[in-house]
Design a protein around this ligand. Structure first.
Ligand code: TYD
Length: 135
């Protein structure tokens, strides 16, 4: 699981108490951003994700609220709670992920390395296990 990691997003606090600003510049990520999408209005009992990507790399930021990210490399599984808008999770290709336990009002921003391609998805866990064994 060594390639999955939390990345600090630089935070600029306003000296006059006008709130915070965080900025994602290309040098903090190990890939270049090709697409941006976001999840919102996710019911607390819903699970998103439930797939792996063959090539796509991803950076998840909890813009608001919190949610859990379950990551699985085919051998080990762990759960990471994202709840700070200045800490994102980098998920490389070849990792199964599930997003769950969304708080009310949670927004998950997703910065990814590729355009949308259904061919890049592995949507069945059994297929993912086979993929890990063969790659
Ligand atoms: P999916 O990636 O399965 O969502 P999640 O992992 O959050 O549960 O995508 C859900 C649907 O949206 C699926 O039908 C594909 C479509 N979709 C696009 O058309 N373009 C996109 O950029 C994304 C991320 C999804």
């Amino acid at each position: 699981m060594k390639r999955i990691r939390l990345i600090d997003i630089p935070k600029i606090s306003d000296p006059d108490g006008r709130g915070n600003l965080s900025v994602v510049e290309k040098d903090i990520l190990p890939f270049s951003i090709k697409r941006v999408y976001y999840l919102y209005d996710v019911p607390s009992d819903s699970t998103r994700g439930g797939h792996a990507h063959k090539e796509l790399q991803q950076f998840l930021i909890p813009l608001s609220g919190s949610f859990d990210v379950v990551v699985d490399d085919g051998h080990r599984r762990k759960t990471i709670t994202l709840n700070r808008p200045y800490k994102g999770l980098f998920i490389p290709n070849g990792i199964w992920r599930e997003l769950e336990n969304f708080s009310a009002g949670a927004v998950c921003l997703s910065l990814v390395s590729a355009e949308y391609s259904e061919e890049d998805y592995i949507r069945e866990y059994a297929d993912f296990k086979k993929y890990v064994e063969n790659n």
